[in-house]
Design a protein around this ligand. Structure first.
Ligand SMILES: NC(=O)c1ccc[n+]([C@@H]2O[C@H](COP(=O)([O-])OP(=O)(O)OC[C@H]3O[C@@H](n4cnc5c(N)ncnc54)[C@H](OP(=O)(O)O)[C@@H]3O)[C@@H](O)[C@H]2O)c1
Ligand SMILES: [Zn+2]
Length: 402
């Protein structure tokens, strides 16, 4: 057998070449994605006792690949201690080798050649949270491809058996390989924080509605019989959100209530910001009806939008957030939050049980992954650059085919 195969070549099923291509981020070469994501030939990873080696067919592009490339806020090499990092938390592919501990395990339901997708949640499997609790609360919980060194941006990737799901048959490789991280995160944000869980008739304000998370949220909100109010940055994207199931959209370019809340004692600056936030709130009412504020605000934009999210969410409602793309320092007027008993809830990916429940909608073709663009392998860094630049043609997720 050859030592190394081209991206579009494959050895016989089960034969693992000693070397492979991968995009490798080096701890001394962080920067923009075009600089930091470098294709290299490296040794194919060994398969651990409870692991499976996947021959990767397609990968999903997520923000965590960008954070990793740019070391923003820190280099992921600090999490796992290696001096390199292979990013990539979503993939579809074929089972190519099965770890020793799984070969004769009757609970392991897969065989060589099975078509699968992987999710990025890893946990210890031993603690009480992993056994009857919430795997995301396990103290050893890690996001594969961000907190672990060998992610999916490679010809082969070794994953824990618990990370496998069958590839939904009706999906193409790129569709299957790019939805899970954003979809499962959106599911957890909307259904995972009782009692503020999504119910029919509720109103949900969805920031970044044209993105990976946002396009998943719109579909889930519609399926639940609730109302998605999409926020986006152009008429075209707004109309795409409506087609996907939003009941209305707001073009954020028409407002100016962004960034840190001015000091509450600075009456003029604070008053100006408040006026803009009220104007934004009225735009929501044009969709929901006068005085009808969102039950849930679906947040991930962070610094730019957080004060407005906390202002417009209804009394007793929830601002749920899983990221802070525009900055990690978030400001709020505390008095609005306590007097109106609002809930601010952090959310991170989803538990194994939640994502497996969520995946039933994909298997039944009720939820359809949306891909804006599928790039060839050579353009994996460009796919990240387009995401960073919030390239206007993007809607939904992006994928890369191997
Ligand atoms: N914790 C987790 O488990 C988890 C999982 C997935 C993602 N995340 C985080 O969530 C964030 C979004 O991820 P994604 O995959 O949905 O990204 P994405 O596909 O790039 O979508 C983000 C959207 O945000 C909007 N946006 C950009 N700048 C904005 C601004 N200044 N103000 C308001 N909206 C703005 C853009 O839409 P418009 O320009 O049309 O408004 C863009 O489409 C990232 O920070 C990511 O790291 C966290
Ligand atoms: Zn555990």
């Amino acid at each position: 057998m050859k030592e190394l195969f081209n991206i579009n070549e494959s050895p016989e099923l089960g034969n693992v070449p000693p070397k492979m291509y991968a995009y490798v981020i080096k701890s001394d070469n962080h920067g923009g994605p075009m600089q930091s994501l470098r294709e290299e030939v490296i040794e194919t990873p060994q398969v651990g006792f409870d692991e499976v080696l996947i021959k990767v067919k397609a990968v999903g592009i997520n923000y965590n690949g960008l954070w990793a490339a740019m070391a923003d806020p820190v280099s992921p090499t600090k999490f796992h201690g290696k001096d390199f990092h292979i990013a990539g938390s979503d993939a579809s592919g074929i089972i190519w080798k099965i770890g020793e501990g799984l070969v004769n395990n009757p609970n392991f339901k897969y065989k060589l050649g099975d078509e699968v997708i992987i999710h990025c949640g890893q946990s210890c499997g031993l603690c009480d949270e992993c056994n009857g609790g919430n795997t995301m609360l396990c103290l050893s919980q890690k996001i594969y491809g961000y907190e672990t060194p060998y992610g999916s941006f490679a010809q082969y990737t070794a994953v824990k058996a618990a990370q496998l799901l069958r590839k939904p048959k009706h999906l193409k490789w790129d569709e299957a390989g790019s939805y899970m991280l954003t979809y499962a995160t959106a599911w957890k944000m909307l259904f995972g924080h009782a009692p503020n869980t999504l119910k029919p008739g509720m109103n949900v304000l969805v920031w970044g509605a044209s993105g990976g998370l946002g396009s998943a949220a719109i579909q889930l909100i519609k399926i639940a019989g609730a109302n998605a109010i999409a926020v986006t940055s152009s008429k075209e994207k707004g109309e795409q959100c409506m087609k996907l199931g939003a009941v209305g959209y707001i073009n954020r370019k028409n407002f100016n209530c962004w960034g840190d809340l001015p000091n509450v004692n600075d009456k003029e600056a604070y008053g100006e910001h408040l006026k803009e936030m009220r104007k934004f709130g009225k735009a929501i009412w044009e969709i929901t009806g006068k005085n009808v504020n969102p039950d849930i605000v679906f947040e991930h934009v962070g610094k730019a939008t957080f004060p407005t999210s906390c202002y417009v969410v209804k009394t007793g409602g929830m601002v749920v957030f899983c990221g802070a793309t525009t900055g990690f320092n978030l400001s709020i007027d505390a008095s609005y939050v306590w007097m109106r008993q609002k809930r601010i809830q952090g959310s991170h990916f989803s538990s194994l049980k939640e994502l497996s429940d969520a995946n039933k909608l994909v298997e039944n073709a009720m939820f359809k992954p949306i891909i804006s663009k599928t790039y060839p392998w050579k353009d994996l860094p460009l796919a990240h650059l387009d995401m960073l630049n919030n390239n206007n043609t993007q809607f939904g997720n992006a994928a890369v085919m191997l």
